[in-house]
Ligand binder design. Structure first.
Ligand SMILES: Cc1cc2nc3c(=O)[nH]c(=O)nc-3n(C[C@H](O)[C@H](O)[C@H](O)COP(=O)(O)OP(=O)(O)OC[C@H]3O[C@@H](n4cnc5c(N)ncnc54)[C@H](O)[C@@H]3O)c2cc1C
Length: 393
């Protein structure tokens, strides 16, 4: 008996919609279903509402995975330039913020509209408020039990995303399907997520709340030079979000508050040239004034530099250059931008995203164990993996 659809895609997010348009243009009868009331909710909230839709400098080195070579093929075949061409074809105004990071000038809605328009042109159907429940493999494909009846298809694409932001519709359903079909699911944890602090440190840092400054943060030999933001809950900003993907409970972070300075040498020279100057004045030259003041007070650095012995200066330099912070934890999936871990890529084709021994079952996007750095890399993975599967499913 003929299937209802050639391809059914579970999840109307970035990866699912991209896959739907690609498969639709190949003449496949495509249905995308999603249990949420609207498609692409994460696209709408991304990039502070302006969607950092790709990164021109994206390379496989910007992705974390137990199998780091897996992402290379798809990323090579669908590049940031390809997505940028699509954005420009739709006349979407965009701008480069930090190096390579492309954002919509107006609104993330533009990217969602692009995807919905492409799906419409490609003849792909999108059905919202439809939850994929039970799935059964049949002799010629798959049968899905949805809240409103049973559907059949030749190819099934799982684009359910990860666990981050449950209020936006995130579920572990993609992992359940993977396990049902015998795939390994690697342990998951929240990534690109703010840190929480122990009460004592949180109280000490309270005067710094709301201030951002460029730092170099490191953990497990990974480091990022980006802004850090102290919040009333803990530590955030790009530097902290980036390093959170490498942090594990119990680890300390090393923060260099003055990455552009030779702190010890600067202070020794200053003591010689201007013995009456203070650490606070030195800090104020390099850090936002309120941060400099509060950090100086926090450490009790008083008096002119001429009163500082070399060992005191070493101590100041070490506190500023290697400020050791032990986070209490992270804010978890509630606010995480991504989920690390997921479907083990060693069981998938890197060319098509199909399961190696079940060629009509595909996994794409965030549900897979490929996680990008902050800065547009996660959407680039959604587009690239979506196109890879859409060209095969
Ligand atoms: C606040 C925030 C900001 C971000 N900003 C950026 C950014 O600027 N740049 C960037 O590159 N990345 C950003 N990201 C990450 C990016 O949004 C994700 O990597 C990307 O959306 C993953 O796409 P996906 O299609 O795999 O999954 P999702 O977008 O999560 O889509 C999965 C879909 O599956 C649906 N679903 C789940 N279970 C079921 C089920 N059982 N039945 C039916 N449907 C189901 C969900 O409702 C959802 O619509 C951000 C993430 C967040 C949370």
């Amino acid at each position: 008996m003929a299937s209802d659809y050639d391809v059914i895609i579970i999840g109307a997010g970035a990866a699912g919609l991209m896959c739907a348009a690609t498969a639709g243009y190949r003449g496949r009868r495509v249905l995308v279903l999603d249990h949420a009331n609207k498609p692409g909710k994460k696209i709408l909230m991304s990039g502070g509402g302006r969607c950092n839709f790709t990164n021109l400098n994206s390379t496989p080195a910007n992705f974390l995975s137990e199998n780091p070579h897996f992402c290379i093929s798809a990323l090579k075949r669908y590049t940031p330039q390809h997505f940028l061409e699509l954005v420009e074809r739709h006349g979407i105004e965009h701008e480069e913020k930090a190096a390579g990071q492309l954002f919509c000038r107006d609104s993330a809605k533009d990217i969602l509209n692009l995807l919905l328009t492409e799906c419409e042109w490609a003849g792909a159907e999108i059905r919202m408020k439809t939850q994929a429940r039970n799935i059964v493999a049949t002799s010629d494909g798959y049968q899905l039990d949805t809240g409103s009846g049973t559907l059949s298809c030749e190819s099934l694409v799982v684009a359910c995303g990860g666990l981050s932001i449950p209020t936006m519709g995130a579920t572990g359903f993609g992992y359940d399907i993977a396990k049902q079909f015998g795939l390994e699911v690697l342990p998951t944890r929240a990534g690109l997520v703010p840190f929480t602090l122990h009460p004592e440190l949180k109280q000490q840092l309270a005067p710094l709340s709301g201030i951002s400054c460029p730092v170099d943060v490191s953990c497990h030999n990974e480091h990022f030079r980006e802004p850090m933001l102290v919040t009333h809950r803990g530590l955030s900003g790009p530097a902290m979000l980036q390093i959170s993907s490498f942090w594990e409970p119990g680890d300390s972070l090393a923060v260099n508050l003055l990455p552009a300075c030779q702190i010890r040498e600067d202070l020794l020279s200053l003591r010689k040239a201007k013995p009456q100057s203070t650490v606070g004045q030195y800090l104020a030259q390099h850090l936002p004034k309120r941060f400099a003041q509060a950090f100086n007070d926090l450490n009790g650095w008083t008096g002119p530099l001429q009163g500082y012995k070399n060992t005191d200066i070493d101590q100041v330099a070490s506190t500023l250059g290697q400020w050791s912070i032990k986070p209490a934890g992270t804010e978890g999936y509630r606010t995480a931008e991504v989920t690390l871990g997921g479907v083990d890529t060693r069981q998938l084709s890197s060319k098509t995203m199909a399961v190696l021994d079940q060629p009509n079952l595909y996994f794409i996007g965030e549900v897979v164990d490929v996680t990008g750095h902050l800065g547009g890399h996660n959407f680039q993975w959604a587009w690239a993996s979506g196109v890879a599967a859409g060209n095969s499913a």
